[in-house]
Design a binder for this molecule. Structure first.
Ligand code: FAD
Length: 400
């Protein structure tokens, strides 16, 4: 099996495949050095059980921050509303969100992979094309020693939004690009002093934001959006003005790093083309406003591993891979994308008479009752797919 892309989903799917007794070669274009750009850091509660089953949750919790409350801070009035994740205690084993820079999770997973005999990771190896024939796939890449090719039965494309695997499969990524860019900043300011929980949203018609504590060193993530038509070169000036508007007078915030990104709602027509299989941002992209990017891709990977295990170890019909594709596409189209779009519009397009007031009123109603909070939060449980029903050959047994 070749996995292209060593982002969060490529690494986690490689780990799951290897733990299922499947030989894996993972090819990653970048070096193993951590990137300094702010990237994903919030791991939704729905995927923590899966991380636990992969044996990485304890280390992740030890190196991250656990948070059980989520706040809504209304900038104009200072009103604060709270969701308590303990309302999920009877529903899930891990009723909390984990804050952990994605690079730290990568370090944990890479250490696990290094201990397994059936995984091989090649860094600085950029895939240029993928071809398939009746017997398998050939991946051609620029590797440190020159061009190299890799042969395998299947290729998993976990190579992000510009996926070479997806393009090699002849699949597009239709959908929309939002007219705003989002700006993720790592800043040194204690947002808890304003009444924010470790994570939450700031509701405002102009200055909506996602706010989350990154670690115990005083670093916070503040993510906002601005008109995509504004020049990116002058983003720094507007950022200073924004912090002046939203923070108490006299506060001079230290911006340690930031990254600006376009936002999309896009999904490939299929996540399978013969022997090529897509997961994560290679298969679909969403605005980050609901925190569904990581769990969506994670469950793609886990559902795919289940299907591949059936095909490889139990001789199941390859049709199960089509079911993987249909099922994961359904989850993105029916849940991830509409919920993320709704959150995005609430956070970053809520100008207009009464819009914010209506949202605040809605959240007052929900947060006033634990059962309504539970109902609201449990929508995220749908990100996970039920096991695909498999067809096994008569006499096949579980792997040892
Ligand atoms: C600033 C920011 C903050 C975010 N915050 C959150 C968050 O807090 N919670 C959340 O749930 N989601 C968040 N998201 C979304 C989340 O980061 C993505 O959904 C997730 O990273 C997708 O992971 P991936 O492994 O599919 O793709 P990627 O993370 O894009 O990884 C793809 C990998 O493939 C490699 N690659 C690409 N092309 C090739 C090639 N040709 N050959 C070899 N390798 C290749 C790349 O180098 C990269 O390492 C955030 C996104 C951004 C941009």
């Amino acid at each position: 099996m070749t996995v292209v892309g060593g982002g969060p989903h490529g690494l986690l799917v490689a780990l799951a495949l290897a733990r299922s007794d499947i030989e894996v070669t993972l090819l990653e274009a970048q070096s193993s050095e951590p990137s300094s750009s702010p990237r994903a850091m919030m791991f939704h509660w729905s995927m923590l059980g899966g991380l636990d089953r992969l044996g990485v949750l304890d280390d992740a919790v030890a190196r991250g921050l656990v948070h059980r409350r989520w706040s809504i801070y209304v900038l104009a009035t200072g009103e604060r509303l709270y969701f308590d994740l303990d309302v999920l205690a009877d529903d899930v084993q891990h009723p909390f969100t984990l804050h952990l820079p994605q690079q730290t999770l990568a370090e944990i997973v890479i250490a696990r992979l290094a201990a397994l005999p059936n995984v091989h990771v090649e860094w600085d190896t950029r895939v240029q094309r993928v071809e398939q024939d009746a017997d398998g796939c050939t991946v051609t890449a620029d590797a440190p020693g020159g061009e190299r090719s890799y042969r395998s039965d299947w290729v998993v494309g976990a190579d992000g939004v510009h996926s070479m695997v997806r393009r090699s499969a002849g699949l597009g990524l239709p959908g929309i690009t939002w007219p705003e860019r989002f700006v993720a900043t790592n800043v040194r300011f204690d947002f808890a002093s304003l009444g924010h929980e470790l994570s939450g949203v700031q509701l405002d018609a102009q200055d909506g934001a996602l706010v989350a504590k990154v670690d115990d060193s005083g670093l916070w993530r503040y993510t906002y959006a601005e008109d995509l038509a504004l020049p990116e070169e002058t983003l720094g000036e507007r950022m200073r003005d924004r912090f002046r508007r939203v923070l108490p007078d006299g506060v001079d915030v230290e911006v340690e790093a930031y990254g600006a990104h376009r936002m999309h709602q896009r999904v490939a027509d299929r996540f399978r083309a013969g022997r090529l299989l897509l997961i994560g941002d290679a298969a679909h992209v969403t605005s980050p406003s609901a925190g569904y990017g990581l769990p969506g891709g994670f469950f793609d990977g886990m559902t795919l591993v289940e299907a591949l295990r059936e095909v490889i170890h139990f001789g199941a019909d390859e049709e199960i891979l089509d079911r993987f594709s249909e099922e994961r596409r359904r989850v993105f189209t029916n849940l991830t994308s509409p919920v993320s779009s709704e959150h995005k519009q609430m956070l970053w397009n809520s100008e207009g008479p009464g819009r914010i007031e209506a949202e605040v009123e809605r959240f007052r109603h929900i947060t006033a009752s634990p059962s309504r909070q539970r109902q609201f939060l449990l929508v995220g449980r749908g990100l996970q797919s039920a096991p695909l029903r498999s067809m096994r050959k008569v006499g096949a047994t579980e792997p040892g």
